[in-house]
Design a protein around this ligand. Sequence first.
Ligand SMILES: CC(C)(COP(=O)(O)OP(=O)(O)OC[C@H]1O[C@@H](n2cnc3c(N)ncnc32)[C@H](O)[C@@H]1OP(=O)(O)O)[C@@H](O)C(=O)NCCC(=O)NCCS
Length: 161
Amino acid sequence: MSHATALLQLRSYRASDFDALHQIDQACFPPGVSYSREELAEFIGHRNSSTWVAEVEGEIAGFLVAGREPQRVGHIITIDVVACWRRRGVGSALMDAAEDWASRQQLRLICLETAEDNAPAQTFYAGRGYEKLRMIDRYYSNGVAAWVMVKWLGKQSKVES
Ligand SMILES: CC(C)(COP(=O)(O)OP(=O)(O)OC[C@H]1O[C@@H](n2cnc3c(N)ncnc32)[C@H](O)[C@@H]1OP(=O)(O)O)[C@@H](O)C(=O)NCCC(=O)NCCS
C-alpha cells in the first residue's frame, strides 16, 4: 500500500466538517463504541480540546480529537481513519500532531482508552510507545472492556504508584 504522507495535509477542524466526521466515526466503531452526534459535538466543542482533520487531495481521510485534562494530562478522545486510507501513515500523522501539541503545552503524559478486542489499535499505539496501564471492565456501553494506555512525554519519569 502506498504511503499517503506526501499528499496528506493536516488542518484544524471547521464546523462544516461535523457531518463527515460523525459518519466516519460511525463507520470506524461498532455501536456502543462510536459516539452519538451529541457526544462527538461535545468533545469537539470542549474548550480544552483540539481536533485535527487529515485530508488527501481534499478528501477527509481521518481525524483526531484530543483533550487537555488537569495535572498536565493529555487524552486522545478518538482517532478515526477512513478504512481505505489505513496503513498509509494517516493515523501516525494525526498522532504526531497531537503529541506535538501535548509537548508544546508541556503535558506529562498522554492517555487513551481502546477496546480490549481492538488489536489493530493496540498494535498501532504500542508501536508509538504507549503502554497498557490497566483494564476497565465494561467500559463501553456495549459491555466491552477497555485498556487504558499511556505514553510518558519528554524526559518526565513515571510517577511512583
Ligand atoms: C488504529 C488506526 C487509527 C491506525 O491508523 P492508520 O492510518 O492505519 O495507521 P498508520 O498507517 O499510521 O500505521 C502505523 C503503524 O501502526 C501499526 N498498525 C496500524 N494498523 C495496524 C493493523 N491493522 N494491524 C497491525 N498493525 C497496525 C503498523 O505498525 C503501522 O505501520 P506499517 O503500516 O508501516 O506496518 C486505524 O486503523 C483506525 O482508524 N481504526 C479504526 C478506529 C480505531 O480503532 N481507532 C483507535 C481507537 S482507540
